[in-house]
Ligand binder design. Structure first.
Ligand SMILES: [Zn+2]
Length: 315
């Protein structure tokens, strides 16, 4: 009897291990099943002189295996932690805030498993990089968050009083305490301004929010990773276009193949698995239509390094 029970147990464990191994094997998303069916509506021509530079504030080291289905188990993956600085005549803007001066405190408040996984390297926080380059950090009038996880928000405290933009869905998500870390305590001290996406289609998105009303910086919903996750287009005067996609995927391959995160990573970090898939396929369609557009997943260091950083600018 005991022998039989042991046999069943060994069999079950073998099945579970097999399933876990399978969850890391290459598998592209079913583009047909998740297609948006949307037609493309180009935005207005950008009408302000904006420039863009990327502030690399730190990184985390992991294996490519964990970043997307099909990633190599042997390949080290450097996860970049960045803030993007958009210089606009109406006031400067950050897209995410990167690692801030207090990032250690944020990590201390994470659940034990997250802390164990979060081996991170600090670089110079965004506010300090700006100061070193002779830019007063007070020139930042707004920060738009692709979402409010710790690795995107700790830099906010280095810009006291700055307006923090997020859709109501993200604020609600924080209030429901679905976000681990310090954000619960921080949120009431932040100068949050919520905004609603308007019904105005933008490319293959049915709603959008033009931050300055001039076509230079346009946010669109990319729900799934968190309820209020979003993407941000930056359209430069030269015609060069960037699309910041937050943590929809951790690497470019997630969007180009396209491929979602492996099951274990999805369990740990995503809330709406189906929403993530739909959002990924929407961005995949966009990249097929505009192959020259530079897509910037929030943690793809290879792409971050290809973008100008202070004192240089993309124009
Ligand atoms: Zn992140």
């Amino acid at each position: 009897m005991v022998k039989r029970a042991l046999g069943v147990l060994v069999f079950l464990v073998a099945v579970l291990v097999g399933l876990l191994v399978y969850s890391f094997t290459p598998k592209t998303l079913d583009v047909e099943a998740y297609k948006s069916g949307a037609s493309f509506v180009p935005g207005i021509k950008p009408s302000a002189e904006v420039s863009l530079t990327l502030l690399n504030t730190g990184m985390m080291i992991s294996k490519e295996l964990f970043t997307y289905r099909g990633g190599s188990p042997g390949k080290t993956y450097e996860s970049g932690m960045a803030a993007a600085l958009v210089r606009h005549p109406k006031g400067d803007l950050l897209i995410d805030a990167g690692f801030g001066r207090n990032v250690d405190l944020h990590v201390d408040r994470m659940p034990a498993l997250m802390q164990w996984l979060a081996s991170y390297v600090k670089e110079v926080p965004a506010a300090d990089q700006m100061q070193r380059a002779g830019i007063d950090p007070r020139s930042i009038k707004q920060v738009i968050l692709t979402h409010s996880h710790w690795d995107h928000i700790s830099g906010l405290e280095d810009f006291p009083g700055v307006e923090v933009l997020m859709p109501p869905a993200e604020l609600e998500f924080i209030r429901l305490r679905r976000m681990p870390g310090l954000i619960d305590e921080m949120i009431d001290k932040l100068n949050v301004r919520t905004f609603n996406f308007t019904e105005k289609p933008y490319e293959n998105f049915s709603s959008s929010y033009d931050l300055f009303g001039d076509g230079t910086v346009v946010a669109v919903p990319l729900p799934g990773h968190t309820d209020g996750s979003l993407g941000v287009f930056v359209n430069l005067p030269s015609g060069k276009r960037f699309f910041f996609t937050g943590d929809l995927t951790w690497s470019e391959e997630g969007l180009t193949l396209p491929a979602e995160r492996p099951w274990l990573a999805r369990r740990l970090v995503d809330y709406g698995e189906e929403d993530v898939r739909r959002s990924i396929v929407r961005v995949h369609e966009l990249l097929k239509k505009y192959p020259e557009m530079i897509v910037v997943p929030a943690h793809d260091r290879r792409i971050h390094e290809s973008i100008a950083s202070l004192p240089k600018y993309e124009q």
